[in-house]
Design a protein around this ligand. Structure first.
Ligand SMILES: C[S@@+](CC[C@H](N)C(=O)[O-])C[C@H]1O[C@@H](n2cnc3c(N)ncnc32)[C@H](O)[C@@H]1O
Length: 250
C-alpha cells in the first residue's frame, strides 16, 4: 500500500500560495525555510543546534546504529541524502573518528550554504536525487544514508536512483524511513474515505486545505519491492526510534 503525504507544517499563508498537488521544488523549499527560520534559527551554529537538537532525541538510536555499522564494516566514505539542516550529519561526525569522510547533501541551497557555514568539519553539497548523479562528487562512497528523505521520490525515481548508487559502487544503503506505513496506518488508510466524507460535512471551506504534497508513505511490501527492483538485497530490517522502518541494503 502507498499513500501520498500532505504537510501543513509551514506558514499556512505561504503554503497555500503553492501548488498543493506537486512536490516542493528546491526554490519553494529554500524560500519557505528562509522566511520561517532564516533570521531566528539560522543565525548561528548555537541557535541551529538549540532548535534542532530536541528534535533529534528520537533519532539517537538510529545514529548509534549507523555509527556502529560504519565502524564494524570499516566504511570510510559516507554520503547522506536530503540532509536538511545537516544536524544529524554533524552528530554523526562528532561520534566517529576524524579520519572518516562525511558528505552531506541537500537540494535546498539555503540549507547547503548554512551547513557549510556552521559545520565546516564536513562538506555539504547541493544535490537533487531526482536529477543529479554521483559524478558531481569525486569520491567512491562506501555507504549512502537516507534520514527520512527517500520517501520524497516516486517509484521510478526511487528505483533509478538506488540503481545508480549500486552502479557507482556504493556498498551499502541505510534507508531510515519515518514516513513508513505501519499496519495501524494501513488500517486507518483503509477507512480514510469514510472519515474524509464525514469531515467534509463538518468543516468550512478554509478547513479543507489538506496541506502540500511532500512524498509517499509506503508499506513494507511496497518498500521491499522497490529495493528488489533496484537491485539491492535487504540484509536487515529494524525499527529504531522514530524510524518505524529501517532497511540495511547490500
Ligand atoms: C523530512 S526532511 C528530512 C531532513 C533530514 N534528513 C532530517 O532527518 O532531519 C526531507 C529532506 O529531503 C529534502 N529533499 C526533498 N526533495 C529532495 C530532492 N529531490 N533531492 C534532495 N533532497 C530533497 C528536503 O529539502 C528535506 O530537507
Amino acid at each position: 500500500m502507498k499513500r501520498r503525504l500532505y504537510t501543513k507544517s509551514y506558514d499556512i499563508n505561504e503554503l497555500t500560495k503553492l501548488d498543493s498537488e506537486k512536490l516542493f521544488t528546491a526554490k519553494e523549499s529554500e524560500e519557505l525555510i528562509e522566511i520561517e527560520l532564516g533570521r531566528s534559527v539560522f543565525r548561528s551554529k548555537e541557535s541551529v543546534l538549540e532548535y534542532y537538537l530536541p528534535k533529534c532525541f528520537s533519532k539517537f538510536e538510529a545514529l548509534e546504529f549507523l555509527k556502529n555499522r560504519i565502524e564494524e564494516e570499516k566504511y570510510q566514505n559516507i554520503i547522506s541524502f536530503g540532509s536538511g539542516s545537516s544536524v544529524l550529519e554533524y552528530l554523526l561526525y562528532l561520534s566517529l573518528s576524524k579520519d572518516k569522510n562525511i558528505v552531506s547533501s541537500e537540494f535546498n541551497n539555503f540549507y547547503v550554504e548554512k551547513s557549510n557555514e556552521f559545520f565546516p568539519e564536513f562538506l555539504t553539497i547541493q544535490f537533487d536525487f531526482t536529477k543529479d548523479t554521483l559524478s558531481k562528487v569525486d569520491t567512491n562512497f562506501d555507504i549512502a544514508v537516507f534520514f527520512c528523505s527517500s520517501y520524497v521520490m516516486d517509484d521510478d525515481e526511487f528505483i533509478n536512483f538506488f540503481k545508480h548508487l549500486k552502479s557507482e559502487g556504493v556498498k551499502e544503503i541505510i534507508d531510515f524511513d519515518s514516513a513508513f506505513m505501519t499496519k495501524t496506518t494501513q488500517f486507518k488508510n483503509a477507512i480514510r474515505p469514510i472519515i474524509e466524507v464525514a469531515k467534509k460535512f463538518k468543516s468550512t471551506t478554509s478547513d479543507n486545505f489538506e496541506g502540500k504534497f511532500h512524498g509517499y508513505s509506503r508499506s513494507r511490501k511496497e518498500l521491499l519491492n522497490l529495493y528488489k527492483e533496484s537491485g539491492w538485497l535487504v540484509k536487515k530490517e529494524l525499527t529504531l526510534g522514530v524510524y518505524k522502518f529501517c532497511a540495511v541494503l547490500n
